[in-house]
Design a protein around this ligand. Structure first.
Ligand SMILES: CCC/C=C/C=C/C(=O)SCCNC(=O)CCNC(=O)[C@H](O)C(C)(C)COP(=O)(O)OP(=O)(O)OC[C@H]1O[C@@H](n2cnc3c(N)ncnc32)[C@H](O)[C@@H]1OP(=O)(O)O
Length: 279
């Protein structure tokens, strides 16, 4: 069974106060994603999903860059699981399975019950952008450079960017501009179009501020925070009517939490929130 300690390319730290820090840890390759690290991302966020000691995650990259995308030296990712003896249809099915597996690993981040705050520095390319779109809140330092690089390596991006990014920024024209051209664009532009929440002068300042924000979220009711992420994701993927029906049903049970009373009392008396039970 996977544990945090068994992960080779991801460093997972419980930094206290219910905050976990997850670091892509392959700095000598600028955190390029081979299949092992790809799978570890999924394994890690599956664990975090049910971990009562974690209420908020900070995701970052070790070294000079956050992530330069797919590991271009790891051979044909797409051919995995197929053999020369197979006919074309069977080979194609294997390709489909591989792409879906890769998509799933990032979807574990999107579906993770805990909010994932992403701190980007340096390059964020290709699969790095795919991963970023699966996170809940994105920050970057001024030095960050982005590229939806896939067109320049001969493919349509298929791990999330083309699916999630338009919903994040709500601007098809800009998404097509950056995705068709595969051009580099700076953090300021990513902020301007709504991909980032904030841009910081440097990485150090970003990590300090993101840690403060993570601690703030972790002090709040986990029932309320996790419910809010879940409902926002649901409403992103459904129409307003269905989403209203869903949140009414969700809150049939979740409004019965003791947290409503505890948080409400603290809020009314202008006191800091009380400690909430683990979830
Ligand atoms: C079904 C598939 C679904 C997934 C699709 C995903 C697609 C994508 O992610 S597209 C984007 C792919 N990434 C790239 O094309 C970037 C490739 N890297 C570069 O262009 C340069 O490394 C870069 C401009 C980022 C930096 O250049 P610089 O001169 O500063 O450094 P380098 O000497 O090139 O790199 C340092 C070492 O890191 C290795 N490396 C960096 N990125 C990758 C990568 N993506 N894949 C494999 N290796 C990478 C680089 O080879 C150097 O290693 P070494 O030679 O051992 O020192």
């Amino acid at each position: 069974m996977t544990s945090y300690k068994s992960l080779k390319f991801l460093k997972v730290e419980n930094v206290g106060d219910f905050v976990y820090k997850v670091t892509l840890n392959r700095p000598e390759k600028y955190n390029a994603l081979n299949l092992e690290i790809w799978g570890e991302i999924g394994d890690c966020f599956k664990l975090i999903h049910d971990d009562p000691d974690c209420r908020v995650v900070i995701l970052q990259g070790e070294g000079k860059h956050f992530c330069t995308g797919l590991d271009m030296s790891s051979g044909s990712v797409l051919g995995m699981g197929s053999s020369d003896e197979q006919d074309q249809a069977r080979k194609s099915r294997a390709t489909r399975r591989n792409v879906e597996w890769m998509q799933r690993q990032f979807t574990y981040v999107d579906d993770c019950s805990k909010p994932v705050l992403l701190a980007i520095h340096g390059y964020c390319m290709g699969a790095g952008v795919d991963l970023a779109t699966a996170c809940d809140i994105r920050y970057a330092s001024k030095d960050a450079v982005f590229s939806v690089k896939e067109v320049d390596v001969g493919m349509a991006a298929d791990i999330g960017t083309l699916n999630r990014l338009p919903k994040i920024v709500g601007n098809q024209s800009w998404v097509k501009d950056i995705s068709l051209s595969a051009r580099n664009f700076p953090a300021g532009e990513a902020f301007q179009f709504g991909f980032l929440s904030r841009v910081f002068e440097n990485r150090e300042e970003m990590l300090t501020e993101v840690s403060k924000f993570a601690k703030l979220l972790a002090l709040k009711s986990p029932i309320a925070v996790q419910g809010t992420k879940h409902i926002l994701n649901y409403s992103r993927d459904h129409n307003v009517h269905d989403s209203l029906t869903y949140v009414a049903t969700w809150n049939m049970s979740q409004l019965l939490t003791e947290d409503v009373f505890k948080a409400g009392l603290a809020s009314m008396s202008k006191k800091p929130p009380p400690p909430f039970s683990k979830l």
